[in-house]
Design a protein around this ligand. Structure first.
Ligand SMILES: [Fe+2]
Length: 255
């Protein structure tokens, strides 16, 4: 499997707190069947002491962790990335090229405030598309504006964006409404991929195998293969995702 959303770089956001914890997270990922992972620290997060814009320091930290994995004989391949928070500053940051896209390609993992104004979300997504990025929207099933109005997810995908669901949403970690929304996005063939959004070795871990199991149970093995292998591979390679036949929610009120 390929995990495109992981807070595994140690000591630079609310993810792994030490190198030891990062290595433990890598062991969990490998035991779950994950072989490739994008290291996606929070970037541009409000009220954070670390903005984590792209630069030599972040690249050094990624390479340090790669070396530590090699020394420990942990065959987890790491790719550059970031989870970029969308605010009014984002257009300027995009133009200054200070953001790390997934594997330095065309997909940018972008997150929004949980109660963001949908018009602002649409404005940001259009801006990113115009600048040549394909936005990969992090955990849309957790946003209040999507939960209340799932038709927005259909609109975002129709614009050319992709949706990344969290492993924990499918298993109920974030409560019943994100869980119902996540499953509806899979059912409506709107989700491009599932990732761990892992933060720790003890909770919110990179154990993606449980997402595989519940998806396989619901839809057969082709579904997790698409969402946990095929599309993540395509995203890392900057190729279009496949297998989506999105249809709208036809007036459904929300979850
Ligand atoms: Fe995250």
């Amino acid at each position: 499997m390929i995990d495109l959303h992981a807070h595994i770089l140690p000591g630079i956001d609310d993810g792994a707190q030490s190198l030891e914890m990062a290595l433990e997270m890598a062991r969990i990922a490998l035991a779950a069947g994950v072989r490739q992972m994008a290291a996606t620290p929070h970037c541009n997060l409000p009220d954070s002491s670390r903005a984590n814009y792209d630069g030599p320091e972040l690249r050094r930290q990624l390479n340090d962790l790669r070396k530590a994995l090699e020394q420990e004989n942990l065959p987890l391949e790491l790719y550059p990335g970031a989870e970029v928070f969308a605010d009014e500053e984002l257009p300027r940051l995009v133009r200054s090229r200070r953001l790390t896209s997934l594997n330095d390609g065309r997909y940018l993992l972008v997150e929004f405030g949980f109660e963001e104004d949908p018009d602002f979300v649409t404005f940001i997504l259009e801006m990113l598309l115009e600048e040549g990025y394909t936005p990969l929207i992090a955990h849309p099933e957790r946003y209040g504006f999507v939960i209340r109005n799932p038709e927005l997810a259909y609109r975002f995908v129709s614009m050319g964006c992709c949706l990344q669901l969290n492993r924990g949403s499918l298993t109920g970690r974030f409560g019943p409404r994100p869980e119902r929304t996540a499953w509806a996005l899979v059912e409506h063939q709107l989700a491009a991929c599932v990732a761990s959004d892992c933060h720790r070795a003890e909770f919110r871990t990179p154990h993606l195998a449980d997402a595989w199991e519940v998806l396989e149970e619901a839809y057969g093995p082709a579904c997790p293969r698409l969402l946990l292998e095929e599309n993540p591979r395509r995203i890392l390679d900057s190729r279009p995702v496949t297998g989506l036949r999105p249809f709208g929610f036809r007036g459904r009120r929300g979850f």
